[in-house]
Design a protein around this ligand. Sequence first.
Ligand code: GUN
Ligand code: FE
Length: 417
Amino acid sequence: MYALKGNLIWTEEPGCFRVLENGYLLIKDDRIAAVSAEPFAGVMTEDFGSRLIIPGLYDLHLHAPQYMFAGLFMDDELLVWLDKHTFPLEARFSDIDFAAKAYKAFVDDLKYSFTVRASVFGTIHKDSTLLLMSLLEEAGLHGYVGKVSMDRNSPDSLRETTADAIEDELEFLDKVSEYRNVKPIVTPRFIPSCSDGLLCALGSISKEHDLPVQTHLDENPGEIEWVKELMPDSKSYAEAYERFGLLDTKSIMAHCVWITEEEMDILQSHGSYIAHSPSSNMNLSSGIAPVRRFLERGMNIGLATDTAGGSSLSMLRMITDAIASSKLRWRLVDDSLAPLRFSEAFYLASKGGGSFFGNAGSFEEGYAADILVLDDASSEMTVLSPELSLPEKLEFYAYRAPDRRPFAKYVAGKRIV
Ligand code: GUN
Ligand code: FE
């Protein structure tokens, strides 16, 4: 048992910050045991002074192999970007030495980011993906990693036969039991990359092994048109996934930029998650997801970098990009959907996405002890600092210092930074 002292700030629901200046956070094992204005007698306490103490942030969707080219090739939109750049570069992860180099760089940076848990795509390569899992585990990070499944519409170098894809997935699942904190997730890339037979098998595997699922949904108009051609009997893209048993409370659908109300009904009936990826949606010219509508409907939603659609691993940047893109949508597309407020976007990045990993992303009793300590005493922010409220300090930090390292980072009660 130990305690942390500092300026505590968190959200328990969208739109409302909780704050405790010079407060105390009690941690027992891997959980938050209590929040208090008074010190905990007889408990070893680390004093972080005036620094901000916030819950960990959760990246609901990113591609580990793509980190090495995050910030390159932003001139094309999704389908061209995949064919021209992403598929050929992911094919290189068949070489385990290459994968080791690329994944080490990724995990080193993720460790010092604001992300405590993430849901990550690997590549189709089983051994490289297992290596990625060991590196994440060693770094003290938690989350899910998927061996990507693809059996059509990609180059020979990044495609498996349907039978191999199924067999490899099962072999992959056999080998992941040694990891404690990094768990497998069934990962059909998206409908254009997966035959009906493969989607059907992956739906069964997720049910039989009680595993979560991650994939892409309604990201780009060209992609959606293609899915209509590939799935002529489905009413919609979401319904196609539903038909194969891939929608559940433990499913993450990345993007949902062009999702219809009927598809939202489908996702909501299963309690599936939306991974809102504002930076990626701008970089790949995908569009602007109706996040306010998701919130109005009470859907499960979190934020995501979608690296390398997004060029940054910073979840603070995702917060400010989600706000900025919602403002453009409100001004240019639909003024009935109000822009996100800072407190709402912060909620999405913390408890919103955190709930996919259990009770996480808040300082409520029994929640995972995922904690970030931010140094707000940086030079550019000191002039006004003494006059600011804690939410204002946090907003200032998110906009001005999104690429800084956290001063301290705890995942499930264990300090890793
Ligand atoms: N859809 C299918 N694959 C991908 C990918 O790697 N990135 C993004 N943004 N969308 C995809
Ligand atoms: Fe993606």
